[in-house]
Design a protein around this ligand. Structure first.
Ligand SMILES: [Zn+2]
Length: 345
């Protein structure tokens, strides 16, 4: 599968270079394009996350200029009405979304969006709002980068006991930390206490996430907000009931706290393995949900797929051309719609 993807990339890249953008957009014939972003290049205090490829503010503005030329920006409200059938969206529309509710959305993306009079939807994790908690992967990175080899040696007896309680017996401290997953992430709090890493202090110094005030201000400015799970677990790692809880509680939290009359949700990470049953279970409590699988439609009518261009390091024109080509190939092989499995076979 990986090889096939590489071969396709080798074939598509030169094709995307030759074919005109307008022609691909027309052939693909998709009315609504949804593009998702997370962060800005070199803006994260976490050195691991900071290595990820994002747009710079200037590059993001270039994206906007390009999109403005070829599409009509729409708000989440228009998309909600389009999906509900109370409004016709029309052709060549684009909606922007931002996952993870990071502070850079307020500091860096928002000024550009306001400059071009563009609304967007932001998906947040209630546990992290106001910098009350830190995502477990970030805690891992913090521990791995803060604890020195001397401290590891000095406190060997203590950390060995902490890991042994979870039946993790690796002799290497760093391997143990690396193998911590969402389910046993409370270990990270024990380790932070052991090595005197003050997470609250870290969050105070580096407010990574949006604050309630910033969200309220953005709402007044015409931005929309939705749930992105309570604390961003990998849904592949948690039970169906926990998936349901994380989904519904985050949708409810946003709608109650900000008294909004819409309910939207973006799945954290991949949603390839989310069973049909989860979509059935949230029906009526979620107007639209979002994934990030590409440009095509989904078998679930109110589940919209998005494309990510930020991590490609390509100019948006090229990245979108590739997405259009991938979508057209899916159509050619009779696989136009994204599907998913049933829990009960
Ligand atoms: Zn996310």
């Amino acid at each position: 599968m990986k090889k096939l993807r590489q071969n396709l990339k080798q074939l598509f890249c030169p094709l995307a270079g030759i074919l005109p953008f307008k022609m691909l957009r027309q052939f693909a014939n998709r009315d609504l394009l949804v593009i998702n972003y997370h962060s800005i290049n070199n803006a994260d205090p976490d050195p691991v996350i900071n290595k990820n490829i994002y747009r710079s503010v200037e590059e993001f503005e270039q994206d906007i200029k390009f999109l403005k030329k070829y599409y009509r920006f729409v708000s989440l409200k228009e998309v909600l009405e389009g999906v509900a059938g109370t409004r016709k969206l029309g052709k060549k529309c684009v909606l922007l979304t931002f996952d993870d509710g990071l502070r850079v959305v307020y500091d860096k993306f928002r000024p550009v969006l306001i400059k071009y009079d563009i609304s967007a939807a932001v998906f947040i994790n209630p546990c992290f709002i106001d910098n009350k908690e830190l995502h477990y992967q970030r805690k891992k990175n913090l521990i791995l980068h803060t604890v020195t080899t001397r401290e590891v040696e000095e406190k060997k007896k203590h950390w060995k006991t902490i890991f042994a309680e979870q039946e993790m017996y690796s002799q290497n401290f760093y391997d143990n930390v690396n193998s911590i997953c969402y389910k046993n992430s409370s270990l990270l709090n024990d380790l932070s206490a052991l090595f005197k890493i003050d997470i609250d202090k870290y969050l105070n110094r580096h407010p990574i996430y949006l604050s309630s005030d910033q969200i309220e201000k953005m709402m007044e400015e015409g931005f929309y907000f939705g749930g992105h799970s309570m604390d961003h677990p990998n849904y592949d790692e948690i039970s169906f009931n926990e998936q349901l809880r994380q989904t519904l509680e985050s949708i409810e939290w946003v709608s109650k706290k900000y008294d909004v009359n819409y309910k939207v949700f973006a799945f954290p990470l991949r949603e390839h393995n989310i069973p049909v049953e989860l979509f059935e279970a949230i029906k009526g409590q979620c107007d639209i949900s979002f994934g990030v699988r590409g440009m095509g439609p989904d078998t679930i009518n109110n589940h919209l797929q998005r494309v990510e261009v930020e991590s490609s390091s390509m100019k948006i024109e090229h990245a979108l051309k590739l997405e259009y080509l991938k979508y057209m190939l899916r159509c050619l092989v009779g696989n136009r719609k994204y599907r998913r499995k049933n829990l009960v076979k």
